[in-house]
Design a protein around this ligand. Structure first.
Ligand SMILES: Nc1nc2c(ncn2[C@@H]2O[C@H](COP(=O)(O)OP(=O)(O)OP(=O)(O)O)[C@@H](O)[C@H]2O)c(=O)[nH]1
Ligand SMILES: [Mg+2]
Length: 297
């Protein structure tokens, strides 16, 4: 999880940092409470910059973090605990780029959107299960009418976890959703699972836009797979041109991932609502910024 991002910080702060922090060490050895020289601060922040790029953090953001780190390194004094102090400094900087939001609805319609295979359908079921465990009446509407076996996938999962499901044989997602909603008034939460495409498919985006306009879900969450790098953010911005996105569910955090997109999501103004980290039905949690930063550094 967050392998490259984690490495970036570990290299900077870990035990094998004699080369990278060599200059700092010497300085620290001489005096307690020292300021770093321009050269030292540059060296540390430059190294971090390249490591962040390597972890798929977008260039602009890596540059921001670098400049911020440089300024803070130059303006502070460090003691012999400099490693811990720099770690805390970095955590503070990263926290600014991870925004989270809580699901504060008591009832409503939540629509999941996003590219093919990122985890929409399984996350819909996890989320439904989580809400059901909190005593809510929950139903999923399966609006992926395009992919073969999409209905069967939901039918099987919902049966296994005893979650109410609406699917029909309509060829248009909007019809399915409208019919599904009509028969779902007694539910607290409706979770709409939608179709995904790998390429940018204008028709699909227009269809989602149309659904948003006609159905007006209370929350539209974009399902973002954590292992996908910078290209995923390009997709996210394309989606945003058509659909108002309220936030993100960050999936597959148990798999190896560069991790940069978790920072990028916040940078582009999308709060994280939930994270998922496994195939199990309960492998989902509300996103917590401090937790995520602690996992990275
Ligand atoms: N390891 C792991 N696998 C996950 C996680 N979330 C989803 N998956 C797997 O990712 C694959 C795709 O998940 P789906 O939920 O079908 O993805 P989707 O976005 O609905 O895909 P399409 O309907 O084709 O667009 C499945 O094999 C899931 O089991 C997770 O948190 N961790
Ligand atoms: Mg699906």
């Amino acid at each position: 999880m967050f392998d490259k991002l984690k490495n970036a910080f570990q290299k900077l702060l870990g035990k094998d940092d004699d080369i990278r922090l060599g200059i700092v060490k010497e300085t620290v050895a001489k005096i307690v409470n020292v300021s770093l020289s321009e050269q030292e601060a540059n060296r540390i922040s430059d190294q971090l910059f390249y490591d962040l790029l390597d972890a798929d953090v977008p260039f602009d953001l890596a540059n921001f973090i670098k400049s911020q780190l440089y300024r803070e390194l130059r303006s502070r004094k460090f003691s012999e605990n400099y490693r811990e102090e720099i770690r805390e400094l970095l955590k503070g900087i990263l926290l600014q780029y991870i925004s989270t939001a809580q699901l504060d609805l008591q009832r409503g319609i939540i629509m999941l959107i996003g590219p093919n295979g990122y985890g929409k359908t399984t996350t819909a079921v996890k989320l439904a299960y989580m809400l059901k465990m909190r005593g809510k009446r929950v139903r999923i509407i399966g609006a992926d009418v395009f992919r073969a076996a999409a209905r069967e996938q939901l039918q099987e999962l919902c049966k296994r976890y005893e979650i109410d499901l609406y699917v029909d044989d309509s060829e248009r997602p909007l019809s399915t959703i409208i019919r599904g909603l009509k028969s779902s008034e007694s539910y607290d939460f409706i979770i709409i699972d939608t179709a995904g495409r790998q390429d940018m498919n204008i028709n699909l985006l227009r269809e989602l836009q149309n659904i948003q306009q006609k159905v007006n879900p209370d929350l539209v969450l974009y399902v973002l797979e954590s292992s996908v790098g910078n290209s995923s953010l390009h997709q996210l911005r394309e989606y945003r041109k058509f659909i108002k996105i309220d936030g993100i569910i960050y999936t597959k955090m148990d798999l190896d991932s560069a991790g940069g997109s978790v920072l990028a999501a916040g940078y582009y103004g999308f709060p994280l609502y939930f994270i998922t980290y496994g195939q199990g039905i309960q492998d989902i949690s509300a996103a917590n910024a401090q937790d995520i930063v602690d996992r990275i550094i």
